[in-house]
Design a protein around this ligand. Structure first.
Ligand SMILES: [Ca+2]
Length: 477
């Protein structure tokens, strides 16, 4: 294969969609059938099949609009993958969120308004509000954008991206599964005075000739935000160079430490999630300068990464701290079914890929017990899958009846595209689930992140070619 053959199609989120929607992982969890699937992108036959499928039922105007927005390209690509895997990826027709007020209701908090406050973004991964009301928006793997006056009536998306962000659009030998560049972003707790931000990114390190793939490290970096530029950027913590590094999140603890979750490898050395000699499939605990936090459970183990707090995670793409107990939670993509919410407890093994709920893609059962002896079972599990990413607890006062509820950005439900939503979970004082509710599913978006603004309102971001930020506020009386 030449380098050119690996170039992702326009509009395809560089492996992010496939990985997070778990259309790819049937190989990863089945010993002996690795490889092959990525080349589905190059199959004209498969693409033709998908064109027929996705254009067949649409009115031409709708189809044209979807193509213009890039939806069709995305759907074609993911459909091609699923067909190659022996599965049959299906979904609803693409929907574009309009510039109007959407009204909906919820069980405890009645009368909610949802409205787009920014659009024309590409595959949003993360949002971070600045103290003065602006927001930083990560377009996964490519750019960091500034949404001025994000909490105001008329937010304005700065046309230029923020400079100084590592970016690899001209990188040679990029494979469709490679997720390069910026992932998550978080403000230093002292941001108001020091303007420091933390971010994770996947950095190309070399090229593995045998595999024909880039080797990539997941990195935690820090930089100072100076106007529209990042300056004084420094890599604080680097992962081992691997093939196929995935997603990551950052969460500052109340202890001032930095918690970083890193996805497991979905190809090749997938058992690395069960070993503590590498950072993949782990939650890490670091000091603010990137050094390992004191007291980490594997610090004295020979050959272990001293940053590791927990291991055996698959794709822990959301982190949040319960405002009542201070407990750290992580959302995690399972295989087909088996998405998890985990309480992060030092030293524990969360099972992947040895034990898990869910089935392989296509339906055949996984050969493991869901929670093997000696591993930590999830505190919540979703069957069918919800493809969870960013999570946030609500702690504001604008939605009095949502206080301490957990919100989960879900990309889709039950392996059907176009069924994403915000999931709201109500816990009791012991962090046990009492009930949960599906919100905004009528918008048919792939939700990727959800955050509370400094104004006490909720903001949700979508992972679409034409990605939007949606503000939730109480309906005016
Ligand atoms: Ca698990």
């Amino acid at each position: 294969m030449t380098g050119k053959a690996f170039t992702p199609r326009s509009g395809l989120p560089k492996g992010g969609m496939a990985r997070n929607d778990k259309t790819m992982t049937v190989q990863a969890i089945t010993p002996g059938c690795a490889g092959g699937l990525p080349f589905a992108y190059g199959s004209r036959h498969l693409v033709d099949l998908c064109v027929k499928r996705w254009s067949g039922g649409m009115e031409s105007a709708v189809f044209r609009r979807a193509v213009r927005a890039g939806f069709a390209v995305t759907l074609l690509a993911s459909s091609g993958l699923a067909l190659a895997a022996g599965g049959d990826e299906v979904g609803l027709q693409p929907v574009i969120v309009e510039d109007k007020e959407y009204r909906f209701d919820s069980a405890e908090q009645h009368g909610i308004s949802a409205r787009v406050i920014a659009r024309g973004l590409s595959h949003i991964y993360s949002l971070a509000f600045l103290p003065e009301g602006d927001a930083l928006v990560v377009e996964r793997g490519s750019r960091l954008r500034l949404l001025r006056r994000a909490t105001s009536e008329r937010p304005e998306l700065a046309t230029d991206a923020i400079g100084g962000v590592p970016e690899y659009s001209r990188q040679e030998h990029v494979h469709p599964d490679d997720v390069l560049g910026i992932q998550d972003i978080a403000l230093d707790p002292g941001f108001s005075s020091n303007r420091l931000i933390y971010f994770t990114y996947n950095k190309p390190i070399g090229f593995n000739v045998k595999a024909g793939r880039l080797t990539v490290s997941s990195v935690l970096a820090r930089a100072r935000l100076d106007g529209m530029r990042l300056i004084e950027m420094k890599d604080l913590m680097l992962g081992e160079p691997v093939i196929g590094a995935g997603g990551s999140r950052i969460q500052f603890g109340r202890d001032g430490l930095v918690y970083v979750s890193v996805g497991a490898l979905s190809t090749g050395d997938i058992m690395s999630a069960q070993r503590v000699d590498n950072i993949y499939g782990k939650v890490l605990r670091l000091n603010a300068d990137g050094t390992p936090a004191a007291g980490n459970p594997f610090a004295r183990h020979k050959g272990a990464r001293p940053e590791i707090l927990t291991y055996g995670h698959r794709d822990p793409l959301g982190l949040a701290i319960d405002p009542r107990s201070g407990v750290l939670l992580a959302s995690e993509h399972g295989p087909q079914g088996g998405d998890e919410l985990n309480q992060i407890l030092p030293g524990r093994n969360y099972g992947w890929p040895v034990s898990t709920y869910g089935t392989e893609y296509g339906g055949s059962p996984l050969p493991q017990t869901p929670v093997k002896a000696g591993t930590q079972g999830p505190m919540m599990v979703w069957l069918p899958a919800i493809a969870p990413s960013g999570i946030s607890f609500y702690s504001g006062d604008k939605f009095a009846h949502w206080k301490n509820n957990l919100f989960i950005a879900s990309a889709r439900r039950g392996q059907i595209n176009g069924t994403g939503a915000l999931i709201r979970v109500v816990f009791n004082e012991n962090l046990q689930e009492m009930r949960q509710e599906v919100l905004l599913d009528g918008l048919h978006q792939r939700f990727k992140d959800v955050r509370q603004g400094p104004d006490g309102l909720l903001y949700a971001a979508t992972d679409e070619d034409d990605a939007v930020i949606i503000r939730l506020s109480p309906l005016a009386e």
